[in-house]
Design a protein around this ligand. Sequence first.
Ligand SMILES: Cc1cc2nc3c(=O)[nH]c(=O)nc-3n(C[C@H](O)[C@H](O)[C@H](O)COP(=O)(O)OP(=O)(O)OC[C@H]3O[C@@H](n4cnc5c(N)ncnc54)[C@H](O)[C@@H]3O)c2cc1C
Length: 197
Amino acid sequence: MDAVVLAVPARPAARLLADVAPEAAKEIGGLDYASVALVTLALPAGVLPDLSGFLVPATEGLLVKAATFFTTKWGHLRRSDGLALVRASVGRYGDEEQLQRPDEDLAATVHREVSAVLGAPLPAPVAGHVQRWGGALPQYTPGHLDRVVAARSALRAAHPTLRLAGAGYDGVGIPVCVRSGETAAEGIITALEGSGR
Ligand SMILES: Cc1cc2nc3c(=O)[nH]c(=O)nc-3n(C[C@H](O)[C@H](O)[C@H](O)COP(=O)(O)OP(=O)(O)OC[C@H]3O[C@@H](n4cnc5c(N)ncnc54)[C@H](O)[C@@H]3O)c2cc1C
C-alpha cells in the first residue's frame, strides 16, 4: 500500500500504530474521550417559551448540558401538528456511568431538568428518543499540541506516507476535521512526489 490517512480516534490509532510506529503511538494513546447522549422529546404544542434553547454550566450539577428547541430554532422543522421537539445533550466528561442508565430513565431526567430550568413543569412527552455517542469527544489536556507535533514528526520519519487526521489531533469541529484530512492527504501527495512515485 502506497499511502494511508489514519482517521480513526486516537486510541484505536495508537493500537494500530503500536508495532509500526511505537513512538507516535505512545504520544497519542493517552488521549481521553467523553461520552454523550442525545435525548429528544416531542412535547404537546405551545408549551415551550420562544427561545432557541439554553446551555447549562457544569456548576449547576445537572445532567443536561444543553437543550435545543428544534421547532423554534429552525422554522422548517415546525410541524403541522404543532408538536414541539426538544433535543438535550446529556453527560459531561466523567459522567459515563450516568449514561448507562436506561433510555426511559434518561428521558425522564431530561424532562425533569428542562422543566426545572424553564421554571414550570412540562407536560408528559408524546414520544422520546435516546441516542448514545460513546467516547465521542476528545478531551485535550495541557501539552496536547506538543504531543501531536511529536507524534506526527515520529510518524513522518518512520513512514512518510502514513498520516494522522481527525478530531483526536486538530479540534472537534467538522470544518477543522475536514481540513485535517485535507492536510494529511496533501502531506502524502508531497511525500509521494518527493519520492518520485
Ligand atoms: C453528539 C455530537 C454532536 C456534534 N455536533 C457537532 C456540530 O454540530 N458541529 C460540529 O462541527 N461538530 C459537531 N460534533 C463534533 C464532530 O462531529 C466530530 O468531532 C467529528 O465528526 C470527528 O470527526 P473524525 O473524522 O475525527 O472522527 P469520527 O467522525 O468519529 O470518525 C472516526 C471513524 O473511525 C472509525 N473507527 C473507530 N475505530 C476504528 C478502528 N479500530 N478501525 C477502523 N475504523 C475505526 C469510526 O467508526 C468512525 O467512522 C458533534 C459531536 C457529537 C458526538
